[in-house]
Structure formats: structure tokens, C-alpha cells
Design a protein around this ligand. Structure first.
Ligand SMILES: O=P(O)(O)OC[C@H]1O[C@H](O[C@H]2O[C@H](CO)[C@@H](O)[C@H](O)[C@H]2O)[C@H](O)[C@@H](O)[C@@H]1O
Ligand code: UDP
Length: 933
């Protein structure tokens, strides 16, 4: 069986399982029932949502063409608009969305339009004060604003900073009122916070780091205060955003947090209200984990983002880097769906943003735009026009662009009077010294080149240090021949989308940096360049200017199709839809969380019973909880588990009770258990039950003696080879197993190596052996526990059957079979994949809610050997197990359903019946039991 097929076949059971939990049945796995209606998969839900959206859009489009009387019979009380702005260009009435429900009835979505709180550092408008209580609102510049202005399917409120310091109450009230009309809610940040949070931590630390520019040096840091104070301000600002969200939040709202300014926000929000639906989207690249790990606050930031339910990025690469940072830096598990921490899954996915393409296309018809176009055409008649539109930011590669243009002019004298570059460089973040330096640098280069190639009447570069209004910008996009986007890194770059949207008639050429997110979507139609390679860019300029019409047409068509179908509306709808689905899934998963152990009941049943078996895990059950800050720490200080001092007394009492048998079942080696428990009168099962001893006796193996270990030598070489080739992996030969452990190696490399190793074993040294490959589902306990039990019963000379079992542990999923092994309510028809791997003969009776294990002591005989693999996260075990048969005999286990307590410790998901929060609760429980003999 292959690893991946095993994974696939488990998933549907989980869904069925989760449904059953609503019946209030105790426990988990044994509730599986095959005749339940299948719960839809995520993909099914998302596809359905998409269909509904398409249908709804289609209805809206048709409706726009229908006579008004027909519209009325669809929906007599249409709302006119839920748009945020009254600005003419943005005012597009949003009509009601409708669709069909499952039974084909027409639904009116408008009535249930989802409330969306968009939280971003920047509001779509920036405020300019004109008097004590008078404000003027101007459109903000930047791709985030552009993208979010396209979001119209929701009942949206925008929460953010208005870009201005408002220290007085009168001013704050007046501004809040003005913004309210635009459906915006301000977050007021004082000057010092803005300086340290926005100019400092956001734009001088996170921004350059996320764009691979690196961190500022110490001396530069000193000018903007210390890193720590900037980070403190960052957290403070995020908390202020959270306060405003909490104030305006209504139950059921979707809260969508945006960008690197607000990485702390998901955590602040979830801490206050864990039920809030929180999504977070990053508009910049997320760099390789090797870059992210440079950040002193790397752990905190990752953890805070992971508090969100859904985390989105523009591209798969950014998402991949984020998952990799979580696995490498936090030591968490990355799955194809996201990142998992203690059973809590944060979904991670790519959602490439788009623009409101219709807004641009329609704008071209407007008289104002037409007028601008006319002027521009006259002004540049007889010359080809190249266009650059960027915020004046170091990531946009403006100097590189201009230098490439210079090189082109240098090498192509025939073009010198025939081409002009219009560079719109919108001032941005002007309080940050790096941006001020960039402005001077660009001015200097432009001046030099214009001096070199200009004349009295014409210059090759027109550089504009200001923003344009929407109409001017559309006109520029429409009349120019080539757009030059040379970002050194760029989350997406919407300018390239806007250029394509406005070029339906001219079919201009887009030269696009391969380091912009947009390269992944517009790469096929654009000319892709490496902006660092000035020669290549210069060559591409020539290629673009000389491109024949049919090639331009083909390239443009390809990109245009993408731009009009991957819109900002679609982006937002997809994100929110996925967030909703993620929440549903999380709810289904939460139902798998076992309920808290009813301690009183467990104690009560304990005192009524006569022959009790307590099976206790060791690590994180009887030991102090470990708080590992990250992978690195746990690597350096190899952790030696120690029994909690406060458990010594209750444990001793329990062990000395003649009616109670205590078994410590652990993955630890024998010496570790010896060190901790030699003084107690109990049973120890080391290495997951491979070895057993009563503390008054010697260690014995639980495996039958005549097991063949011939396979070991042939496999040992392979293990040794992989240990050599995988830094920090370890190889251990135990008596009955070989263990290759790569938990301290690079996670991804370790996994790849494990796969390679297995593949090699399958096809090589053990190809003829009968093998099971099991991933995280099974360890040796399933097979060994019956032998352990037999040994205990025999050794103690038990006269009456065990009538009470308490099994507590912080077991790995693969080891959780122990819980189901004793489960009296596990029906015999439960699928093999979820049943413990015990010989069927052992369970001779599972009638009603009573399990009886019948075996005759000392009659175990190995009838069939079976080698098995188990890959548990980062350890590969190769071991020998066996299938054994028992002859029927006396009954050693007579367990009623309410006398069985399986209990996981500090695990969010488990197959146990109950859970205990931490080992502190284990102490409470064992103390209580010890007092009830
Ligand atoms: O708000 P500012 O500090 O003035 O900066 C403007 C915005 O710049 C960044 O935009 C990014 O978002 C775009 C849309 O997703 C994307 O196309 C572009 O590549 C990014 O650079 C920043 O991420 C925003 O938060 C700023 O508002
Ligand atoms: O004078 C200007 C220049 C640019 N933009 C807008 O600023 C955004 C820039 O977004 P992009 O994703 O390209 O980069 P960002 O600036 O967000 O990094 C685009 O929507 C432009 O239309 C604008 O409104 N006025």
C-alpha cells in the first residue's frame, strides 16, 4: 500500500465521524457509521459556491437588460447600492445577487449579503484637514486600495488609518463622520506610533525584508529608534486596530485583515473572540524562510498570523515559503492544506488578486479620458511612448529601468528622437530616509540621461514626481505603446493589469519583471525580464518597439482574457468563500475534540471496581509540560523527561493498592523508565511496548522468541547510508527494530530522504518480504498490548477479570490504537483501517457494550511473521511484529462501557473518549484516585 493512498482513504471517514459526534455519543472512532449522508468535501463546497456566484452574476447581467417591470417581479425591493463611494468613477450600483438553492428555488442573496470588515493599514481615502472640523477626503494610491475598491459583493465596512494624525476630539469626531459616509471607520494612531510602527517597523523593517532587500544595519536602525521599540509600537498599533474591529464587529461578520502591517491582528482578534471568522491576506511577497528567519520577531509574527482561519498570498510560491517558515522555524507540521499545530489547522492558499477591469474599460469611453488621450497623442505625435507607473519605491526598480532605457538609447541611435519614456513616480512613505535617498538618486540619473540624449526641444525621459487622477492614468495606459514594469520584487503589481485592461484597441506590449507576482499570470503574454540584467531589459525594449502587429495582438489577447476574468471581485469572493468553508471544516474538526474527562465519574467507577488497570503514558502525561519556543531550542537542549514531583505520592499510593495495576507505557527507552520508576511497584513497557518488566523483575521482550531477524542486516546498510547522507539524522539498532530518526534534520529534506529510503527498500533488499507500509496509523502497541496484558495477568495470578480500565496519554496519533484496543463500544464491523490491529481471535465477544478478552495464559504462539514500517512524523521504524493466535480460555477482561476511560492529554484531536487539558489535570485525577481505594 502506498503512503499517499493510505492518506486518501482515511479522509472520508473523518467527515463521517465528525457528523456523528453531534449525537452526543462518547468517544470518537467507534462512532463511525457507513450509512450516513456523505459530507461534501472542501472542493465540492467551493465548486458549489463558485457555481452560485456565476449564476448570480449571470442573473444580474440578464436583469440589467430586462425591462424594469420584469426586474420588479424578481425582486420588488432592490437596494440601490452598497458601494462605498459616491465618487462618480467608483459608484457602481450593486444589484441583488440571486441564485437557486438545492431545490431549484430562486434565492435572493442580497437579503443575506455577508457583512465584511476589511481591515487594512490604509483606508481607500486619505484625509486632509481644512479646519477644526472640516476634512477633505482624497483617494489613496496603491495596489491594495485598487484591489479592494473592486470588492462589491459584500456589505463592506473598511477599517484603517486615514494617513493623518488627529490629536483632538473635535477633529476625530468630524473625521469619523466624514469617513462614515464612505463606509470607512478610522483607527487613530498618534504621531509617535505612526513613526515607529508605520515608518519604522512596517516600512523600514518588514517591507525591505519581505522584498529580499534585507534588514537595516544597526546604525540605520539607530536613526529610527531601536528594533524592539518599533516592534512594541507595531504590536500596540495592531491592538488599536483590534479594538476598533471589536467595537464594530457583529456576530457572523467576516473579518479580513490585510498585509504586513497587521500580522499581529489575527492573534489579537482571536484572543478576544475565538469564534470570529478571521482571514489574513499578504499583498507583498512572503520571502524564503531563509530570509524570514533573519527577523528577530520571526516566531511571534508567524504564530500571530497562524491564529487566522485562512491565510492568503498572491502566488503559490509565497504560500509555499510561508508554510516552509512555519515548519522550519516553528517546527510545525505543513500539510497540503496548510499548517497544523496541535490539531488546529490554519488553511494556507494562493489567491491572486485582480483589478476591477470593467471600471478601466468603461472609463476609456468617458469624455474626460478621451480628452486626455487626444492631448497626449498630439503631444507625443511621431514618437513611440513607453510608460512606467510606480510608487517611488526601491522595490520598483526605477533606477534599473532608467539605466536600461539609457543603454537602449546608447545602442540604438536611430531610436533617440523617436521614443520617449514617461515615468510616473508617485511619492510614497516620504518620512522614511531610504525613500528620500531614492528620490534624489532617481532625479540624478534622469537628469544625467536627459542631459546626454536630450535636445532644446525634447527630452527622452519625462519624469513626474506626483500621482495622476484616475482619468489621466487611464488615458496614459491607453495611448502608450509599451509598459515597462521592472520591479525587483513585487507582491503582484496591478499597474501591469491596468495597462492590459486599457490596451484593447492599441495592443501595446507589456515588459514585465519576472520578480513581480503578475509574472505568474501575465507571463505568457508579456515579455519577461530580469530587471537586474540591464542588457536584457535594453534588448527587450528594442524587441517590444519593433514587435509586429500580429505578435502584439496574440500576446495582448492572452493577457486581456486573464485580466477580465480574474478580477478583484472574483478574488475577494473566492477568498471569503474559502474562509467560510474553512470555518465549517474547522467546526467539523472541533467536534472531534473529545469532551473533558468527567473526573468525578471516573473516580466513582474506580472506587466501585475490584480489579483495575491504569495505563499511563509518560511524556507530557506524567512529566512537566514542555514549552518549546521553536525547533531550535528543543534541538540544543535535549530534553530528559522526569516524573513530576507532585505525582510521586499519589502514584506510590496507587501502585501499592492491591486492587490496582499500574502500567507505564512509553516510547522512551528502558533506561529512562528505569531512572524514573524503579522505586515503584508497577509495570513498565518501554519502546512503545517492545519491552516489558515489572519493577521487581527483569526486562523481557514482548515479541515471540523465534522471530526471524534475518532482514536486519540487509536493511542496516541502507539505514546507515541514509544516516550519512542526511545531516543530523540518527540511526538506532534496537533488539527488535531499526529506527531511523530525522526529527533534528531539515524537515523537508528528511521527508524526502525517508521516501527515497522506503522506495529503495521496497524495490531492493526486502522486495520479497511481506510488508505493510503504514503512515502514522499504527505502532507496535496494537500487537503488543495483548501480550503485555497476558503477561501481567499471568504474573499477578489474577483471579478475577479486569473490570476497570483508565488509559491516559499524550500519544502520537499512530499510538492511539491503545484507546480503541479496550473500547467496549467498538462494533466489530468497524473498518479495519480504524480498528486496532489485534488478532480477531482476541475479541471473541463484543456483544452489547461489554468487551471480553479471552485468552489462555502462556499459550501464545507465533503463527505468522509480519514486518511492518511505521513512519511517525519524523521517525521511520522498521520492526518485526507478528500475528498470533490464542486458544480460548479464561476471561481476563470484563469491561462495561462505563468502566472504561480513555483519555488524551493536551491533544486537540484524539481517538480517546475524553481529554485532560494538561499534566496538571493528570495530577488532580491521580490524587483523587489515590484517595479512593
Ligand atoms: O500604503 P502605502 O504605504 O502608501 O503603500 C501602498 C501599498 O503598497 C503595497 O501594495 C501591494 O499591494 C498590491 C495589491 O495587492 C500589490 O499589487 C503590490 O505588489 C504590493 O506592493 C502594500 O502592500 C500595501 O499595503 C500598500 O497600501
Ligand atoms: O498616479 C497614480 C499612480 C498609480 N496609481 C495606482 O496605484 C496602484 C499601484 O498598484 P501596484 O499593485 O502596481 O503596486 P503598489 O503601489 O501597490 O506596490 C495602481 O492601482 C495604480 O492605478 C494611482 O492611483 N495613481
Amino acid at each position: 500500500m502506498s503512503i499517499s493512498s493510505q492518506e486518501i482513504c482515511i479522509l472520508p471517514n473523518k467527515n463521517n465521524l465528525a457528523l456523528l459526534q453531534t449525537n452526543g455519543m462518547p468517544g470518537n472512532l467507534y462512532n463511525i457509521c457507513s450509512n450516513l449522508p456523505a459530507t461534501p468535501t472542501r472542493l465540492e463546497r467551493l465548486l458549489r459556491d463558485r457555481e452560485l456566484r456565476k449564476y448570480s452574476k449571470c442573473l444580474n447581467d440578464c436583469e440589467a437588460e430586462l425591462p424594469s417591470s420584469t426586474q420588479d417581479c424578481f425582486s420588488p425591493d432592490l437596494e440601490t447600492s452598497t458601494c462605498w463611494f459616491n465618487d462618480e468613477e467608483l459608484l457602481e450600483p450593486v444589484s441583488a445577487s440571486r441564485s437557486l438553492n438545492d431545490d431549484g428555488e430562486r434565492l435572493d442573496f442580497r437579503a443575506s449579503k455577508q457583512r465584511l470588515l476589511v481591515v487594512a493599514n490604509r483606508l481607500p481615502v486619505s484625509a486632509v484637514r481644512h479646519g477644526e472640523d472640516s476634512w477633505q477626503l482624497e483617494m489613496s494610491v496603491g495596489g491594495l486600495v485598487t484591489a479592494l475598491l473592486g470588492v462589491k459583493e459584500f456589505d463592506t465596512r473598511w477599517i484603517g488609518w486615514a494617513g493623518v494624525n488627529v490629536p483632538d476630539e473635535i477633529g476625530q469626531k468630524a473625521l469619523a463622520k466624514a469617513l462614515d459616509e464612505k463606509r470607512c471607520i478610522p483607527v487613530f494612531l498618534d504621531e509617535e506610533v505612526v513613526h515607529q510602527y508605520y515608518n519604522g517597523y512596517c516600512n523600514n523593517i518588514l517591507w525591505p525584508l519581505f522584498h529580499y532587500i534585507g534588514l537595516p544595519q544597526e546604525d540605520r536602525l539607530a536613526t529610527t529608534r531601536s528594533f524592539q521599540s518599533q516592534f512594541d509600537a507595531y504590536k500596540k498599533a495592531n491592538q488599536l486596530f483590534a479594538d476598533v474591529v471589536n467595537e464594530h464587529y457583529e456576530e457572523g461578520d467576516v473579518v479580513w485583515c490585510h498585509d504586513y502591517h497587521l500580522m499581529f491582528l489575527p492573534k489579537c482578534l482571536k484572543e478576544r473572540n475565538s469564534k470570529m471568522k478571521v482571514g489574513w491576506f499578504l499583498h507583498t511577497p512572503f520571502p524564503s524562510s531563509e530570509i524570514h528567519r533573519m527577523l528577530p520577531s520571526r516566531l511571534e509574527l508567524l504564530r500571530s498570523v497562524l491564529a487566522a482561519d485562512l491565510v492568503g498570498f498572491h502566488t503559490y510560491d509565497y504560500a509555499r515559503h510561508f508554510v516552509s517558515a512555519c515548519t522550519r522555524i516553528l517546527g510545525l507540521e505543513g500539510t497540503p492544506e496548510g499548517v497544523e499545530d496541535q490539531g488546529k489547522l490554519t488553511r494556507i492558499a494562493a489567491f491572486p488578486v485582480g483589478i476591477d477591469s470593467e471600471r478601466f474599460i468603461k472609463a476609456l469611453e468617458l469624455p474626460e479620458v478621451q480628452d486626455h488621450m487626444k492631448v497626449l497623442k498630439q503631444r507625443f505625435a511621431g514618437r513611440k511612448v513607453m510608460l512606467g507607473v510606480d510608487r517611488l519605491d526601491m522595490i520598483k526598480g526605477i533606477p534599473q529601468k532608467i539605466l536600461a532605457f539609457e543603454k537602449f538609447l546608447e545602442e540604438n541611435p536611430n531610436w533617440r528622437n523617436k521614443v520617449v519614456l514617461l515615468q510616473i513616480a508617485v511619492p510614497t512613505r516620504t518620512d522614511v530616509p531610504e525613500y528620500q535617498k531614492l528620490t534624489s538618486q532617481v532625479h540624478e540619473i534622469v537628469g544625467r540621461i536627459n542631459g546626454r540624449f536630450g535636445s532644446l526641444t525634447a527630452v527622452p525621459i519625462h519624469h513626474l514626481d506626483r500621482s495622476l487622477d484616475f482619468h489621466e492614468l487611464c488615458a496614459l495606459y491607453a495611448v502608450t505603446d509599451v509598459a515597462l514594469v521592472t520591479s525587483l520584487r513585487d507582491g503582484m503589481n496591478l499597474v501591469s493589469y491596468e495597462y492590459v485592461a486599457c490596451q484593447e484597441s492599441k495592443k501595446g506590449v507589456l515588459i514585465l519583471s519576472e520578480f513581480a507576482g503578475a509574472a505568474q499570470s501575465l507571463g505568457a503574454g508579456a515579455i519577461l525580464v530580469n530587471p537586474w540584467n540591464v542588457t536584457e531589459v535594453a534588448y527587450s525594449i528594442g524587441y517590444a518597439l519593433n514587435m509586429p502587429a500580429d505578435e502584439r495582438e496574440k500576446r495582448h489577447h492572452h493577457n486581456f482574457k486573464h485580466v477580465i476574468s480574474h478580477t478583484a471581485q472574483e478574488w475577494a469572493a473566492t477568498f471569503v468563500s474559502e474562509l467560510n468553508v474553512t470555518i465549517v471544516e474547522a467546526q467539523l474538526r472541533t467536534r472531534q475534540i473529545p469532551p473533558p474527562l468527567p473526573i468525578e465519574v471516573a473516580v466513582d467507577r474506580y472506587s466501585c471496581s475490584n480489579n483495575r488497570l491504569l495505563i499511563l503514558g509518560f511524556n507530557a502525561t506524567l512529566t512537566e509540560p514542555v514549552d518549546t519556543l521553536g525547533r531550535k531550542d528543543s534541538q540544543i537542549n535535549e530534553w530528559e523527561p522526569k516524573l513530576r514531583p507532585d505525582l510521586q505520592e499519589p502514584l506510590r499510593k496507587l501502585c501499592d493498592d492491591p486492587k490496582t495495576t499500574v502500567l507505564i507505557l512509553s516510547g522512551s527507552a528502558r533506561n529512562v523508565l528505569d531512572d524514573n520508576f524503579s522505586d515503584y511497584n508497577l509495570w513498565l513497557a518501554a519502546e512503545n511496548g517492545m519491552f516489558l518488566r515489572v519493577t521487581t523483575g527483569d526486562w523481557m521482550t514482548t515479541m515471540p522468541e523465534n522471530l526471524s531477524m534475518e532482514w536486519v542486516d540487509s536493511v542496516k546498510n541502507v539505514f546507515e547510508y541514509f544516516t550519512d547522507r542526511t545531516p543530523r539524522s540518527q540511526f538506532e539498532v534496537r533488539e527488535t527494530s531499526l529506527i531511523w530518526n530525522y526529527k533534528y534534520s531539515d524537515v523537508e529534506f528528511g521527508r524526502l530522504q525517508a521516501r527515497d529510503l522506503l522506495q529503495h527498500l521496497w524495490t531492493g533488499p526486502i522486495s520479497n518480504a511481506s510488508l505493510d507500509v503504514v503512515q502514522g496509523r499504527r505502532s507496535v502497541e496494537g500487537a503488543a498490548i495483548d501480550r503485555i496484558l497476558g503477561e501481567i495477568v499471568h504474573n499477578k495470578g489474577m483471579k478475577e477479570p479486569i473490570d476497570y480500565v483508565l488509559c491516559i496519554g499524550h500519544f502520537l496519533t499512530k499510538d492511539e490504537d491503545i484507546y480503541t484496543f479496550f473500547e467496549p463500544e467498538l462494533p466489530s464491523e468497524v473498518p479495519a483501517s480504524v480498528r486496532p490491529q489485534v488478532p480477531t481471535q482476541v475479541r471473541t465477544s463484543t456483544a452489547g457494550s461489554r468487551a471480553a478478552l479471552l485468552l489462555k495464559q502462556n499459550s501464545m504462539s507465533a503463527v505468522e511473521q509480519n514486518k511492518s514500517y511505521s513512519i511517525d512524523g519524523d521517525t521511520l521504524h522498521l520492526m518485526v511484529t507478528d500475528r498470533i493466535s490464542f486458544q480460548e480460555g479464561s476471561s481476563v477482561l470484563d469491561l462495561q462501557a462505563n468502566d472504561y476511560f480513555s483519555c488524551s492529554v493536551a491533544r486537540k484531536r484524539s481517538n480517546s473518549r475524553y481529554r485532560l487539558q494538561s499534566s496538571d489535570e493528570v495530577v488532580t485525577l491521580l490524587r483523587e484516585l489515590a484517595d479512593h481505594r
